[in-house]
Each structure stands twice: as C-alpha cells, then as structure tokens.
Design a protein around this ligand. Structure first.
Ligand code: ATP
Ligand code: MG
Length: 459
C-alpha cells in the first residue's frame, strides 16, 4: 500500500465546504478497466510514483472513457506528491502552469500530465487562491488529499480515480452511476461552479456532444443563466476550447449542442446574427456541410485547420460587410473582402483569440474567392500555383453547394487541376507561345536592374 504524506491538511483549518464521505471502492473484478488499455507511459508514471511511496491514480477523462469502453486520448495522473517531488522523480519532466501548477512528464511523443491533489478553493488558507469580483478563480494552488481533490473536479463522471496500488476505482460522487445513466452533473452547487469557471459551460456542451451525455436539470438551468460569463474568459483559453470542440471528430455534434444551449451566439455573435437573417437557412446549410466535411476529414486521418471553420462561421457577416464596402466606398470585390475579413476577425478576436498563423491564411483564402471568376489568361492559370489555392478551392466548392458560384466554374477549376500543361494552356485560352515571348523580356529587365548578377534566373 502507498503511504500518505504527513504534511498538515490545509482543509482541516477551516470548516469544510463539501460533505466528505468515504468513497465507494470498486474492486478490480467489478469493473472493466484493464491495464492493457492504459498507455505504457501512463503506467510507468503511476508505478514509479507508487514505488516512491506516493499515492498514484489515473483520473479524469481517461477513467471515464475506459469505463465507457473507449480509447482515451490522453491520460491524467493525480498524486499526493507535490510538483517539485514529481519533477525530481522523472528525468524528462517540467513544471508548468500558474493558475494550476502541474508536471508534464514526457515519454517520446506522449506527455502525461501529473497533478498534485488540490484542496477546495473556498476551504483553504488565504494567499493560496485568488478570484476576481465575479467569483472566477485566478490562482488556485492549495494542495490537499484525494478527498479534497475530488470536490474540485467538474462533473461527477470526470471525478473517478483508478488506483494503481490495487487497480480499484474510487468513486466519491456517484460518477459510475452517472456514466451508466449518460448523465452530466456538476459536483457541488452548479451556479457557484459555473461562476468559478465559466468554461465549465463549454465543457458541459462538449461532453454532451462527444459522449451523448445529457446535462441534468440543475446544470441546464445554471448554464442558461451563466453562459454570458464566457465573455469574461481569456480569449486564448476559448481558442483552446474551440479546438477541442471542433477538431476532434464531433464538430457537427458540438455545433448542434452549442446552438441548443444558446452558447454559439456568445462565442460567435456575428455568425449568430447571420443565422437569424432572412437567408439564414442557406447559411445554416453552408455551416452544416463544412462541419460534416471536417468530421469526415478527422475520421479519415486527414489534416484539419481551424481557419477553415472560422472562415465558414464568419462568411455571412463578412459577405454583408464586403457588399456595403463595395457599394458605399466603391472598393473592388477583392479589396472589400480583405477589409471586411479584417474587421470581422478583429471583432471575433475579442472573444476567441485566433493566432496569426491562422488569421493570415484565412484572410488570403477569402480574398482569393473573386479570382475563381476569371478563367482566361496566364494570370488566371498562375492562380493554380498559389500556396493558398487548395484552401480557397475547397471554400469555393462549399460556396458552389449553396449556389454562390456557378457549377460550371467549379467544374472548370476541378478539371484544370488534373490537366497537363498544354491542356491547361488551352483551357485558359492561351496561345502556346505567350509564355515564351514574355520570359526573355522579364529576364532582360531584371539583369539591367541588378548588374552584379547573383546567379538567380527568372525561370
Ligand atoms: P478529454 O481529455 O476527453 O477532453 P477530460 O475530462 O480528461 O476530457 P481534461 O481537460 O483533460 O478533460 O481534464 C482532466 C480532468 O481535470 C477532468 O476530467 C476534470 O476532472 C478536471 N478538470 C478539467 N478542467 C476542469 C475545470 N475547468 N473545472 C474542474 N475540473 C476540471
Ligand atoms: Mg483528459
């Protein structure tokens, strides 16, 4: 058996908030979690902590998913060892986080997150926690024991512990029963828990989409009341949540659940107005197709980029703004799209921080759309070589589905991609010698400007 540490329990200093009961302990023969399904890296961490005399549990989503018979995507470990102790036990490990201090232990490409048991924020000594005027926790680093830690977790189904000492599952909160009933239930008072961390609303939406679990009535009510608090969450954290909702193979279900709980409009207010417009049905269909494509790509192990779905969500407001800029300010379609995208993205960024590595290609992908209308000449043909052509093409195909682009045009750009050079030149209505007469002229100009000659050639 593992020994417990003898440091004083911070929670004993004040009245406990939660009723501490003893856990229901489900012995190995009575549950289905097998070490076969736990990653070798996670097992190593668990055993090594255990051998060093600490408690070591697999916890959170991994236990939940293993009980559901699924394959967890990551393994989290909870222990009574403090971060510095954990750090000293594992060679390739580092301490991360400020709000929560954790240790990342690396085994090749896999990272195991090891967290020290934490005490309930409201139970602990002053100075270890910090919250803002709305009750949101900013810093939360008071350590405790497993029976403190459990009350800080979000949903009962996420608060199960698998003990490496004897392979039993510890259940303080009725999590196993909730898994069997496919029910999402926040631990403690839902209102307080959502105020403490509004992201829990998004997590509820995500688990209801991913697992098909239903939020129970108190959670539903609290979500409806507090979804607006998501606006105060740091935009960078919301981008992380966006990725978890939309890049993990259940984007379509996530979108449905976000709409159902009226959270979509908090995250994407402009898109939401577009959906309420007279042609909102068309927009809805457009979004739905993009979500289905995304899920299909993930299922086929093809890469997905968040910029595509963000562009899809913003397409209606961007189009509307671009139209106004063309009519009122006399901009060209390309200029108007560039400016409209810039403005809409800036507004969106105040809610969800989208890194520049996605906003730049997004803007490019959208401003390229008018170029599909031109199918004659060398410059049009050169579009095929543009580094953003493929993304712009996929976006154009989606627009074709809702009648924004002619089927003929879409077919043209599909066909030319398959053609060899001479067939292409014909498709773009070019004479074979046009490129040959142009090339030498270009070279001459260049030489005159750079008399030293750096060996670079125009072709
Ligand atoms: P998945 O990894 O499948 O997305 P998960 O439940 O493992 O789901 P993580 O974000 O990996 O989610 O978090 C691990 C565990 O940490 C959760 O199961 C939960 O117990 C706890 N947790 C995570 N985020 C919060 C939060 N915002 N509030 C309270 N507990 C949380
Ligand atoms: Mg997890």
């Amino acid at each position: 058996m593992s020994k417990t540490t003898n440091k004083p329990r911070l929670t004993e200093l004040t009245e406990p908030v939660a009723t501490r009961t003893s856990p229901a302990i489900i012995p190995r023969p009575e549950h289905t979690i097998s070490r076969k399904h736990i990653s070798r890296a996670a097992l190593k961490v668990l055993y090594q902590l255990h051998e060093a005399g600490h408690q070591a549990f697999l916890v959170g989503g991994a236990v939940r998913d293993l009980l559901l018979g699924g394959r967890p995507k990551d393994f989290d470990v909870a222990t009574d060892a403090e971060p510095e102790t954990i750090r000293a036990l594992f060679r390739s490990s580092r301490i991360i986080g400020r709000r929560f201090r954790l240790v990342h232990v690396r085994f090749g490409r896999e990272i195991i997150e090891v967290a020290t048991f934490r005490a309930d924020a409201r139970d602990t000594q002053e100075g270890t926690t910090e919250s803002d005027d709305k009750g949101r926790l900013l810093r939360d680093n008071a350590y405790g024991a497993i029976d403190d830690d459990v009350w800080r977790r979000d949903f009962t189904v996420n608060a199960l512990y698998y003990n490496i000492a004897d392979f039993s599952v510890w259940d303080y909160v009725g999590g196993v029963a909730d898994i069997q009933k496919s029910r999402l239930s926040l631990i403690g008072d839902p209102e307080t828990r959502l105020r403490e961390d509004p992201v829990r609303t998004l997590r509820a939406v995500r688990f209801s989409a991913k697992l098909g679990f239903e939020p129970d009535e108190p959670l539903r009510k609290a979500m409806a009341e507090h979804r607006g608090l998501l606006k105060d969450v740091p935009a960078a954290r919301l981008f992380d949540e966006f990725l978890k909702l939309f890049q993990a193979g259940f984007a379509s279900k996530s979108y449905r659940a976000l709409r159902e709980h009226a959270v979509f409009r908090v995250l994407f207010p402009d898109a939401s107005k577009g959906l309420a417009a007279t042609d909102g049905d068309k927009f809805e269909h457009f979004i739905q197709m993009a979500l289905d494509n995304t899920d299909k790509r993930v299922a086929d192990n093809r890469p997905v980029t968040p910029m595509f779905l963000i562009a899809v969500f913003l397409w209606w407001p961007i189009k509307a703004r671009a139209r106004a800029l063309q009519e009122d300010d006399g901009m060209t379609p390309t200029q108007a799209l560039g400016q409209a995208t810039f403005e809409c993205l800036a507004r969106q960024q105040s809610i969800i921080a989208i890194p520049r590595r996605f906003t730049v290609p997004l803007r490019e992908m959208l401003t390229l759309q008018p170029r599909f209308q031109r199918t004659r000449g060398g410059r049009s043909m050169g579009f095929l070589e543009h580094r953003r052509f493929r993304a712009a093409y996929d976006f154009m195909l989606l627009r074709t589905e809702i009648g924004e682009v002619d089927e003929e045009i879409a077919k043209f750009w599909t066909d030319v991609q398959e053609q060899d050079r001479s067939a292409r030149e014909q498709s773009f209505g070019m004479r074979h010698d046009t490129t040959r007469t142009k090339a030498p002229r270009k070279r001459r100009r260049r030489r005159r400007r750079k008399p030293s000659g750096d060996g670079g050639s125009a072709d």
